[in-house]
Design a protein around this ligand. Sequence first.
Ligand code: ADP
Ligand code: ZN
Ligand code: ZN
Length: 732
Amino acid sequence: MDIAKVEPITTARALRGPFDYRLPERMRDVGVGSLLMVPFGHRRMLGVVTALTDHSDLPHERLAEPIEALEAGATPELVRLGLWVAERYCSTASRGLALVLPPGSGAGVPRAARARTERRAQITPTGRAALAGEARLGERQRAALESLAGAEEVSGAELARVAGADSGVLARLAERGLVTQRESEVRRRPRIDTVGASGGRVELSAQQAACVTEIVAALDGAGSRERLLHGVTGSGKTEVYLAAIEAALERGRSAILLVPEIGLTPQTLSRVAARLGDQVAVIHSGLSEGERFDEWRRLRSGEARVCVGPRSAVFAPLSDLGLIVVDEEHDSSYKQEGDPRYDARAVARRRASEAGAVYLAGSATPRPESWAELERLELSERVDGRPMPPVEVLDMRETGPRAGPLHERTRAALASLPEGAKAIVMLNRRGFSPHLSCASCGEAVSCPSCDVSLVLHRGGGRSGPRIGCHHCGHSEPVPTDCPSCGSVSIIRHGAGTERIEELIAELIAPARVFRLDADSASGRDGHTRVLSAFGAARGGVLVGTQMVAKGHDFPDVALSVLIDADSTLRYPDFRAEERTFSLVAQLAGRSGRGDRGGRVLIQTLAPAAIPIAAAARHDAPGFLAGELERRREFGYPPFASLVAIELSGAGERALAVLAKQLAEAIAPGLSAGSELLGPAPRFRRRNRFRRRLLIKTAQPERDAAAIRAVLERPEAVKALRGATLAVDVDPQ
Ligand code: ADP
Ligand code: ZN
Ligand code: ZN
């Protein structure tokens, strides 16, 4: 087995490996997953070994040798997983493999991130004698020896700080044999914020304990290894995850906990870290390159046995995996938007099944797919027997046009919040006003590059109000007159989070309003800062987009308000019902987690809509049963799979023709029973016109392969020049 099949790591789609290389004697411990630097044409490229073999189609002497074997690559298990992702999501092997390699290898260049070392010094017996005796020592030399005498080993940086001893001073001490020095690797460890909740151990309720027993049995090989933990909001799901993770660790196995977005769910991470300490590593995009690299290495080496992170953590390089938990499994962030457009939940299921590990998805509002496919564990009650908060649905059709965005009852409830109580108010629309239009001619103010209206932002600091596009970033001053008729009466419609923030600030002064949306909280840990401030405050209101409904546990929240609950229902998408139900139920779930009790107000124009009415009754089983019936009737997941083909181009007519031709070329190759819908126009974005084809199929793998085959035909490649195409398997 001295031939390695190597897949070069490149973002170029045209380059299809793997390519064969001959391994010289010195590279005999290279295995599947090893990273190699290989000659490729006139270039050097980073590649990963996908197989070892004795046979190549090329004669042995014509095979090139790798230049260098790099340390720690992926495991064979992860190589298989990366290749599976590539295939399943219509991507390239290289892009699939990039997901499982050490951070920083994805672009195929030698890694920018490297292990960091520091110089550490230790005092010798001679040094101690010199300190005690009459030896001649400079002031800084003496100070350095004194610091060293009190510790086993001190870093150079520390000595410089406390004793003013730079590397020159240490070098002279070392020459005289008074100290020894060595280079030691330092791990850059990310700081883990702790918001509110402590890591203290609680006594599990009977329901929690029953769930844990079943999961542990599954770990030990009894019963289904794929489970859904359906627990109402505040039922203590995180404690169940923690107990399950501990059980896996006790069995010598490792665990992964996937969370929606670290910045928005800092509590879960801090609870896990507080409980499990150094065994936990985190991987997410907020880390520096060096931190990510070092956390990856801690996992790869087995120093850390639990990985917590968002979707990419499903690729954590852990061995002997026993458990993958997906917290808030309904969250749409588990789907990757860029190529490969993988769904971390599907990848986690695949990985768990290959590894013989338990897959545990948890949510108060599970996806219909999970409800139908996974064996259920139930937490039907809140901890401490607290009741679910009563929900009042407020019909906004009954308020006058002059009433503004807040219902009278909402205003009254906010204004009378007791001292020290908190409220969360959600509106899934950022900015101040979402639409501007001309009062004379009705012309709407829209983006020059996209078919959407520009949103008025009040602006902070000196920037003043501006209108901007949420799709392309275009921004301009607020118009004073209509661009089409010149009239000066421009009117604002609707309200966004900034407007609500302002209205509520007036209502509750001097209590504070905290705003959490993409504008208010940018930067590396902006979201966490807002959430911490709200958590620490005595009273106040948190206003924001759906970020505020993400599983936070603040015991003082006595009121939840949802403004415009039907906004998500208006999207023309088969998941609109599911999303609406989950948003309403999740927001309601933030309320009444403490001794104060809770109350929920839902403002809507569609009070009778099924998802809203079901969420108001806290009736997930009822909603899901009905939703699954509807899905069956219309042939949507889980009764069929979807594959979407997204096309975009600069010319509308050419794109329309292309989309039609593509549909005609693809249709004949699909499995019997598959249905091709479209091409349907999508709104223009960033000056690109868009079309979408949607395929409903019972055989997604077969049809995805058929689509790939059509797209690789030379005439298709030629026709697609100038257009952009993406295949999205299991679109969200
Ligand atoms: P969920 O994720 O189901 O909404 P959490 O796991 O956030 O619920 O738990 C809600 C709160 O209840 C947390 O503050 C948690 O510490 C607490 N809790 C969980 N289980 C117990 C228990 N058995 N006894 C007491 N408190 C608990
Ligand atoms: Zn006008
Ligand atoms: Zn735009």
